[in-house]
Design a binder for this molecule. Structure first.
Ligand code: AMP
Ligand code: MG
Length: 331
């Protein structure tokens, strides 16, 4: 969603700019970085993509044999399942955010998400009966994590974990770390609308990133930010939505109702890392501006920009910290 702009930066004597793109986790994953030569660039990029592929094999809810899917298959069995350290970490972060957001962020929404994916292909709303049945298998309190054994237990039958709102951010962070371990310190990694940057390009203050606008006149609401040692993630219904009887339903679900969100919005979060930015962008989309801004204020190092279009006009709500990242601060 957020997109990178052309980079017209001069390269330094020792560092050339390299760029790679590969489809990963259902989106184009872009790596842009400075390295001394092509062969080091190639091996650093290969290492970063290997990291992303490895994480996808753990986190995917599309692949039946991912560690996440295998865990979901044990739901209702009474079994505790020991987890890999990556799955443990992301489940723990997810559960923490669920309690901090009163359940607005909830990775157990899988059964709802499945119904809405079906609704999109059939262009028909899920029936109240099916939503009520799905509700029995949704709720972050039904996912138990045990610290000492690093294991998880899914209490209700039919549960289906979905890391779609956090896994890309996590993979972006790990890909950036992987580049860093290979000596690449000026890099930007973008998994769709989820981005993280380490050091800026030579001679620049940051990487130029454009946050898209909203509404028919979206050009007037888009904005450029400069990103360095920071992450940015955007959530919204611009590209993934279902429209029935003039009402738009987002791919983001309100766990309280089981319905796709209907207020047309675009939420961009800046955070120290992309796991935080990605998960918060989805959460603020569910919470709306008033509660969303409060959650951001309570999360150190983060800021948010919320565009909403409840009717004809586009409304902007922003936390005070966001503006300082604008490429040209507003007067
Ligand atoms: P994002 O594009 O990062 O906002 O993530 C949206 C994806 O997260 C959806 O496609 C679902 O897979 C999943 N999801 C939907 N609603 C929620 C929610 N309330 N909490 C956590 N994940 C969700
Ligand atoms: Mg997200």
């Amino acid at each position: 969603m957020a997109c990178l702009l052309a980079f017209g930066f001069p390269s330094s004597a020792q560092e050339n700019r390299y760029e790679f793109t590969e489809p990963q986790m259902g989106v184009p994953f872009r790596l842009v970085f400075y390295a001394p030569d092509q062969s080091r660039a190639n091996s650093a990029a290969a290492g970063a993509y290997e990291t992303i592929r490895r994480l996808n094999a753990i986190f995917s809810d599309y692949e039946a044999d991912s560690e996440l899917s295998l865990l979901s298959q044990t739901s209702g069995s009474g079994r505790s399942v020991p987890l890999s350290s990556d799955l443990w970490e992301i489940l723990q972060l997810s559960q923490e955010l669920s309690s901090r957001s009163d359940g607005a962020f909830d990775i157990t929404v899988g059964p709802y998400v499945k119904l809405w994916r079906m609704a999109r292909s059939q262009r028909r709303l899920p029936s109240p009966d099916r939503l009520a049945a799905a509700k029995q298998s949704v709720g972050f309190q039904k996912l138990l994590l045990d610290g000492p054994t690093r294991s998880a237990k899914l209490l209700a039958p039919g549960m289906r974990l979905d890391l779609g709102a956090i896994a890309k951010g996590f993979a972006v962070d790990r890909a950036l770390q992987s580049l860093h371990q290979r000596g690449i310190t000026r890099a930007l990694v973008a998994g769709g609308g989820d981005l993280a940057a380490s050091g800026p390009p030579p001679g620049a203050k940051g990487w130029q990133v454009e946050i898209p606008g909203l509404g028919p006149d979206s050009g007037s609401t888009n904005q450029r930010v400069l990103l360095a040692n920071q992450a940015l993630a955007t959530s919204g219904d611009t590209f993934q939505r279902l429209e029935i009887d003039g009402k738009r339903y987002s791919h983001i679900v309100d766990p309280a109702t089981g319905y796709g969100l209907t207020d047309h919005s675009l939420v961009t979060v800046l955070a120290p890392d992309c796991t935080t930015a990605d998960s918060l962008a989805t959460t603020v989309s569910v919470l709306g501006p008033a509660r969303g801004l409060k959650l951001i204020e309570a999360t150190p190092g983060t800021s948010v920009r919320i565009l909403r279009q409840p009717g004809e006009t586009v409304e902007l709500a922003e936390s005070p910290g966001f503006k300082k990242y604008y490429e040209r601060p507003e007067r």
